[in-house]
Design a protein around this ligand. Sequence first.
Ligand code: FES
Ligand SMILES: [Fe+2]
Length: 395
Amino acid sequence: MISSEDNALLTQVGPGTPGGELLRRYWMPVCALKDLNENDPKKRVRILGEDLVLFRDAKGNYGLIPEHCPHRHVSLYFGFVEADGIRCPYHGWKFGTDGSCLEQPFEGGNEALRKQACQTSYPVQQMAGLLFTYMGPAPSPLLPRWETAVRKDGTRSIAVLPTHNCNWLQAQENSVDPTHTYYLHGHMLLQKRADNESAADVAYFHRPIEAFDFELCIEPAWAGIRKSRVYGGDRPERELGHPALFPNMLIAPQGKSLTHHFRVPADDSHTNIFWIEFFPTPDGSLVEQADEDIVVRHIEHPVGPDGEYELTTFVGQDLMAWETQGRVYDRSKELTGVSDRGIYMLRNLLRKQIEAVQAGKDPVGVVRDPAINDVIKFQFSEGQARLAREMEAAE
Ligand code: FES
Ligand SMILES: [Fe+2]
């Protein structure tokens, strides 16, 4: 349990809030590369409490600028994407990818007005089939080259999850909650997919959890909390663990893939989630895969017209858990125990990094040195991939 004031400190994401100022120090994905193309060159993006429009001009440059035109606040999303910018649908003011106002057709060349109309723009970079932005103060840090995004010994796909109707920290706290997998995933799958008892995910997660541990990791190029479990039963295993990366990411073995989760706050009570799924080749052989060829799948929100959650998938199960905690979970009313130790480690880390930013320092996990950004490597449990391979071979 924490105080209501502390809860607000840790969960608010808007501009000017302590939590929002911290989150603005990190690159965040905003769109799958394939979802912005010549036929569909613009998207609305709500991120960290700001409404933006993302567009790709005819030269292939990306712009991410405030959605509402500075003239009379019509949405630029409905505007015209041109060779060098986006033109407002109302009176035709035009903005470049850097946010500068390029034209004001009916203003007779009023240079002072044109300068006043220049907008903020946030930098956009492409990596691993995703477009990332950085919304903090200049100079922007490097976009971290996590191994899931840059390794060449495998292939990648992207998943765009539905907008979650809850605060981002509910998702992130789940990533340092090692015991939830037994009931929420293993047991739920057995109940809901009774014909599927031999599936690798059930076999993996429906084992007794005999012990669990947490390790705080502060490395030069990343920080976070690694959780690990010891399983008993007829497939005993001591996991090496996998990391929840500060502030809003998780890298988890999911079957044969290493899945990098990004929980991107849209605002205090909505979160957009993107996954990079990296499938290593079994023999370590290298694969050529252009970013443009990375397949993107969109996952539907699991609540049906009857208001019931569809609970036969991990996404549906986790989303039900996080959304039913409340839009912004009130941590002043919880009753926690020893299994929640990792959650307190995360909250402490978050508080300390908010203070670091307030003191004018870079928080952990911000990368500025190219020498440590070649490939950022992690340690993972092999168990799930091994089990998935064994069960596939036995079929
Ligand atoms: S509102 Fe955009 S040009 Fe007038
Ligand atoms: Fe989960």
